[in-house]
Design a protein. Structure first.
Length: 167
């Protein structure tokens, strides 16, 4: 069903109008398999992720496609990595968070290598972007979900610094 904000009407959405999300289907199938195996930790993790996806769908008022689903996964992955870093004094909890992060990585698209990111950054700088904001604005859409933002930021600074010093 879709809600038209302008007219206030609700209409049923036909199946062929909805974006297909194979990733979401895969998550759901894996969650059900984990439940059958009685793997409570994995089932809970995947249930949480599917809940995050559903919340995002409610927020955006449409079904998520695979690219949007990857964004939700990337956010969940980042949260788990940050939680693990903040739990240095509790290694058992940090290990749990890192294990969940590793499990989520299986659903993410292949990550870009440092050289691939550096090439994208260099192309953006060669294309006329000369400051940090302009370069990040061009690079982030190309690396979204496939590279850590901190790594991209570091490489942008390196390339801009090398250009400023005359390399």
């Amino acid at each position: 069903m879709t809600f038209n904000m302008a007219t206030g009407s609700i209409r049923k959405t036909r199946v062929e109008e909805m974006p297909e999300s194979k990733l979401k289907d895969s998550l759901r199938e894996d969650m059900n398999a984990a439940r059958r195996r009685q793997d409570k930790d994995r089932a809970r993790l995947l249930s949480t992720i599917l809940s995050d996806i559903k919340n995002k769908e409610i927020e955006l008022r449409h079904e998520l496609d695979d690219a949007e689903t990857v964004e939700v996964l990337a956010k969940a992955l980042k949260l788990r990595k940050e939680a693990a870093e903040s739990m240095e004094s509790r290694p058992e909890l940090a290990e749990k968070e890192l294990a969940e992060a590793e499990a989520l990585k299986a659903y993410m698209p292949p990550q870009l290598s440092e050289e691939e990111i550096r090439q994208i950054v260099t192309e953006a700088v060669d294309g006329g972007a000369s400051n940090m904001g302009a370069v990040m604005g061009r690079v982030m859409p190309q690396t979204k979900g496939r590279a850590d933002g901190r790594e991209v930021n570091r490489l942008v600074r390196e390339v801009l610094d090398s250009r400023a010093s005359g390399d």
